[in-house]
Design a protein. Structure first.
Length: 228
């Protein structure tokens, strides 16, 4: 999955003293993936140096990231893998299933519906929405596709607070307003547009073009590619 850029939003009840840097939250997901893999391999305890070895993230940075959320591990012993995995999952609120709405059931949306990694991390797309009459009323990857105009009605039953936006730029803002009105408080935006949202709504923007442009730039430091 490409990097995502965030629009800075302040979730309800979050004071300035308790804010956690976005890069720290991004690294937590890396630690979680590492811990899941270690646990699956039968590893019971891990040190910060071993976390650095597996993730490439400096051990001191790992300890600093955890310090935002309290005390972890035991000196001379390290971290219990299962316990740390569970605590990070609770910090990220993915220790339980998070229902998600998907808006846009085209090529990208369909690919996201079929992506197994979502369920692995307890993200469950519970409904999809589109304005294409050929898709409405049918299922994609066993998920019902509803008329875009029914977002509020459907989510009144489902109660999802996260949405994935996979619609063209021209439709993104209007759909976002529907989502916010329906109770959505966090949006993963694949549309190439900066969304206008209330302060209590968090937005993360996914830009494939931005990431490809950065990779293209890095080719200039490649001596094998410099003269091409």
């Amino acid at each position: 999955m490409p990097r995502v850029d965030s629009q800075r939003r302040e979730p309800p009840g979050l004071s300035s003293a308790s804010k956690v840097p976005i890069p720290t939250l991004e690294r937590l997901t890396t630690y979680l993936r590492c811990l899941i893999d270690l646990g699956a391999s039968g590893v019971e305890t891990v040190s910060s140096a071993e976390i650095e070895h597996h993730t490439g993230i400096n051990a001191a940075q790992f300890r600093k990231d955890l310090s935002y959320f309290g005390e972890f591990g035991k000196p001379g012993v390290g971290y219990n893998v299962a316990e740390l995995e569970g605590r990070i999952a609770r910090i990220l609120q993915i220790h339980r299933v998070q229902p998600i709405l998907l808006v846009g059931a085209g090529n990208l949306g369909s690919a996201l519906l079929g992506y197994p990694g979502l369920k692995e991390h307890k993200f469950h797309i519970v409904a999809a929405f589109d304005n294409d009459p050929h898709k409405i009323g049918k299922k994609t990857w066993d998920i019902d596709v509803f008329d875009l105009r029914r977002i509020g009605e459907v989510n009144e039953v489902l109660g999802a607070r996260i949405a994935i936006l996979a619609v063209p730029a021209g439709a993104a803002q209007a759909v976002t307003e529907q989502l916010v009105e329906a109770g959505v408080r966090a949006i993963l935006n694949f549309a190439p547009i900066i969304l206008r949202v209330p302060r209590h709504v968090a937005v993360r923007n996914v830009s494939f073009l931005q990431e490809l442009a950065v990779l293209s730039y890095h080719l200039t430091s490649d001596p094998l590619a410099a003269d091409k």
